[in-house]
Design a protein around this ligand. Structure first.
Ligand code: SF4
Ligand code: SF4
Length: 138
């Protein structure tokens, strides 16, 4: 069965030049959709991506990735929303394509954040008038 999962991969300094994504495609027959990537001046890096393929191949690929000391997170994509700053104005809804930010209750109009769906595109950060959304990755 073909599945798609989102991951946040954080690379240690020593492995950023390893062509890991190339091997995910070639050796594990996966489709890789990168949403966000960065290599810091210190040489560390991160990728926010979808992996699409057979569940068993994804599991094998993640073992391969982890063997380089890469940390793998399925939920935290490095974007946070400070609930104490959010006024539930709804401005972010149209900017959040994967609907990670969504209307939780049509009566109270409260906005909820589902970290699992977030692809760390950063649009909510740029468009929240209250600066309630921020990134741990900058
Ligand atoms: S735009 Fe900001 S303040 Fe408005 S609902 Fe979204 S996170 Fe909350
Ligand atoms: S960064 Fe913000 S706008 Fe982009 S997917 Fe995550 S919650 Fe939605």
């Amino acid at each position: 069965m073909i599945v798609t999962h989102k991951y946040f991969l954080k690379f240690p300094k020593c492995e950023t030049e390893t062509p890991i994504v190339y091997h995910l495609v070639k050796d594990y027959d996966l489709e890789v959709n990168i949403f966000r990537a960065k290599v810091t001046s210190e040489g560390e890096g991160y990728l926010v991506l979808d992996l699409k393929g057979k569940e068993v191949k994804i599991a094998e690929a993640l073992k391969y990735v982890a063997s380089f000391g890469v940390s793998i997170d399925t939920i935290d994509k490095g974007v946070i929303r400070d609930d104490s700053l959010c006024t539930h104005c709804g401005n972010c809804l149209s900017h959040c394509k994967p609907k990670a930010l969504h209307l939780a209750d049509p009566v109270t109009r409260r906005i909820a954040f589902d970290e699992k769906l977030c692809i760390a595109c950063g649009r909510c950060i740029d468009n929240c008038p209250m600066k309630a959304c921020s990134s741990l990755l900058e």
